[in-house]
Design a protein around this ligand. Sequence first.
Ligand code: ZN
Length: 217
Amino acid sequence: MVGNGDLTGFPTGASFEGDLADLIACPSCDLVYSIPDVTSHERAVCARCHTILISPRRKAGKQLIALSVTVLILIVAACAFPFLSIGAAGLHHDASILQTALAFSGSLSLLSLAVLFFIVVIPVIRLSLLIYVLAPIIRDRPPAPLARQAFALSEALVPWSMAEIFAIGCAVALVKLSDMADVVYGPAAWIFAVLVVLVVATDRLMCRYSIWKSLEN
Ligand SMILES: [Zn+2]
């Protein structure tokens, strides 16, 4: 038994005749548990792989919405401001993410549009869906129409939402490039650095079990 929650695991393959609503499966290793009582500030952790299963927090919904709105504003700002300025042999050039994505032609334009999609469009869709789902919950209203589908789609988009991966990739590429040219990070690069932290914070704060539970009512 790990964590504060009282978890009882069923070995893989064991049969269990009971109400499925009383069971929770570990999303990483599929071990099935009967749902423990987890109060605010407690966590239920998988005994086999230590994945967090339930971590309800009071006011997490409001904080999640605040973080999501902040990330949305930062993503829009990151598109508008120059990402970096490169100088070599006396020439300087500023480029924003939008300019860069639209500057290529041919097969490179497909690649740059895909990058724009993964780092801007998908994160924006994902966070908008999350705000749509959480807004009625924090006001103790009934869930919004199609809220379950919206949350499922938002969760399905998580692996495709790559704003923070892009930031790390750029940092590596720019360190290499700085040998050949003067590279100055623009405001958008620093915004992406902040985004990395906020996206991780959003993920840490979100208890998916609690959200699904509140969408059942
Ligand atoms: Zn597990």
